[in-house]
Design a protein around this ligand. Structure first.
Ligand SMILES: CC(C)(COP(=O)(O)OP(=O)(O)OC[C@H]1O[C@@H](n2cnc3c(N)ncnc32)[C@H](O)[C@@H]1OP(=O)(O)O)[C@@H](O)C(=O)NCCC(=O)NCCS
Length: 194
């Protein structure tokens, strides 16, 4: 597996893979995202213009991108995620935002999730950020679509030094069925200082 951190014009080459992986990986619990190419094009266009943006890619032996992780500044971008942080008294210029980590199931458990964090944290540190955050969807323990044996990633994130930010929540809507209505989801912030 090859891990690469792409910035600037180089990110363009990974955008189609990122769209494909977001639709495929986020289809599963807990996200249950019924993604559409139209939304992905809008999202990726906005993301690629964000200040300090990067995409970390994981490429297999056949040179296929099988995982991606993203990050960017929060200032002037991701308004829906930025506002609750401002309300919590956080200076957005010091906070780097991790957008998503999406890796095909066949490649999990080999340390790529750690590599995604390592690359994004190194990028944020090099740019002078003092802390990082990401959001994770809230699901009740008895959600009817929770797979048997499902294990949340909380212990992984805690081991990486991230903690849930008390009192800050964002709300983000997406459809859970193709052509279905957008459903509002509560998202918790996880943050750490460097
Ligand atoms: C998040 C994701 C990229 C992690 O990928 P990964 O390559 O399997 O992660 P790693 O192999 O680096 O494992 C990292 C650590 O987390 C642990 N871990 C991985 N998946 C776990 C799970 N479902 N539950 C509990 N712990 C888990 C590993 O055991 C490992 O722990 P260790 O450091 O003590 O050995 C992958 O699980 C994924 O794509 N998930 C679906 C999308 C998602 O939920 N993304 C996060 C929010 S955007």
């Amino acid at each position: 597996m090859k891990i690469r951190a792409l910035t600037g014009g180089e990110m363009e080459q990974a955008l189609p893979a990122l769209a494909r992986l977001r639709i495929e990986v986020f289809r599963a619990y807990p996200y249950l995202y019924a993604g559409s190419e139209g939304y992905e094009l809008d999202y990726l266009h906005t993301f690629s213009k964000a200040p300090d943006a990067l995409i970390v890619t994981a490429t297999n032996a056949d040179n296929v991108i099988v995982g991606c992780a993203t990050g960017s500044a929060l200032t002037g971008h991701h308004v829906e995620f930025a506002e609750p942080l401002v309300d919590a008294g956080i200076d957005l210029t010091t906070m780097f935002y991790f957008g998503e980590s999406v890796l095909l199931p066949a490649y999990r458990g080999e340390g790529i999730g750690h590599a995604f964090f390592d690359a994004r944290e190194a990028h944020a540190l090099a740019l002078g950020y003092k802390r990082a955050c990401f959001c994770a969807v809230e699901r009740p323990a008895d959600h009817p679509l929770r797979p048997d044996g499902y294990s949340p990633l909380d212990s992984f994130w805690t081991a990486r030094g991230y903690k849930q930010l008390a009192g800050a929540l964002s709300h983000f809507d997406w459809p859970e069925t193709p052509d279905g209505p957008k459903i509002v989801h509560r998202m918790h912030y996880w943050t750490r200082s460097f």
